[in-house]
Design a protein around this ligand. Structure first.
Ligand SMILES: [Fe+2]
Length: 274
């Protein structure tokens, strides 16, 4: 099973650039073309929040239009730039999977169970699951202890060292860790929010942050660093499940020179002298 993860697309209404600089829709177009061309084709796409820049209906509509041609099912959760209500209104099929209010839902259609968590807090940049979502997660995982599972949420429950982002990460990380420690079938935790690839361990298993296909939060580990972004190579994550294990690849979006063969027609390694 191949799970593609896209995050922090920050789509805006036509004619406007994020922060006056970033044409996020053009970057999403490139990412969609990249996803559609991948072989083998990902079985599913998860989108870990900040689909939109301002939680506006026209931004969700544009996100949906830009991703409509994707051949795989798309499962989004809200980030701090979205809202549960806004995303639910734009994706009634997703809202129907959740119990109402928080957009928590599990996808049971694949070899890996996808457990999607809503960490958004209305009008606040930080994340919080709250007692309701934590109880829901505990019960959902307890109901299928033998099903390999991937847990997804927008806000990372660990510090990255990028201070201005860490102050708006998941507030109830300790409570999430307590729940996950009870459920050994959770293979990994995947997040967004920080717009760059970050790898960590959380609750004794791999945890990762997926890059954005658009702008990257600047890698500046000075605690006094101002909030800035760089236009780094756009990317997304591919989580490959095989033989009971999960491996995560960073896939750069865009045209890159290659493929170049390692071996010549004579099956010998090319040494560059011929
Ligand atoms: Fe974001």
């Amino acid at each position: 099973m191949l799970i593609a993860q896209l995050t922090d697309t920050h789509i805006r209404a036509p004619g406007s650039l994020a922060y006056g600089v970033v044409d996020t829709a053009a970057f999403l177009e490139d990412a969609v073309a990249h996803l559609a061309a991948l072989r083998p084709r990902p079985d599913v796409l998860i989108v870990t929040g900040d689909l939109t820049d301002f939680d506006r209906p026209e931004e969700y509509a544009r996100f949906k239009a830009l991703t409509a041609a994707l051949p795989m099912p798309v499962f989004p959760i809200p980030g701090n730039h979205d809202s549960a209500a806004g995303l639910a209104a734009a994706f009634p099929d997703i809202a129907a999977r959740a119990a109402g209010g928080k957009l928590n839902y599990a996808v049971d259609d694949f070899p890996v169970r996808l457990v999607m968590l809503d960490s958004s807090v209305p009008t606040a940049p930080h994340g919080e699951l709250g007692d309701g979502t934590l109880a829901w997660l505990d019960a959902v995982l307890a109901a299928a202890p033998a099903r390999p599972s991937l847990v997804a949420l927008h806000h990372p429950p660990f510090a990255t060292g990028i201070r201005h982002m860490d102050v708006q990460n998941l507030r109830d990380a300790a409570a999430l860790e307590t729940v996950l420690r009870r459920h050994g079938q959770v293979l990994a935790l995947v997040c967004g929010h920080v717009h760059r690839t970050v790898l960590a361990a959380f609750a004794g298993r791999p945890a990762s942050i997926c890059p954005s296909p658009a702008h990257a939060v600047s890698l500046d580990l000075d605690p006094a660093a101002p909030p800035t972004f760089h236009m780094e190579p756009p990317g997304l994550h591919l989580h490959r499940f095989a033989d009971g294990g999960l491996v995560t690849h960073l896939s750069f979006v865009g045209a890159h020179a290659g493929p170049y063969p390692f071996f010549g027609a004579d099956k010998r390694m090319l040494d560059g002298t011929a």
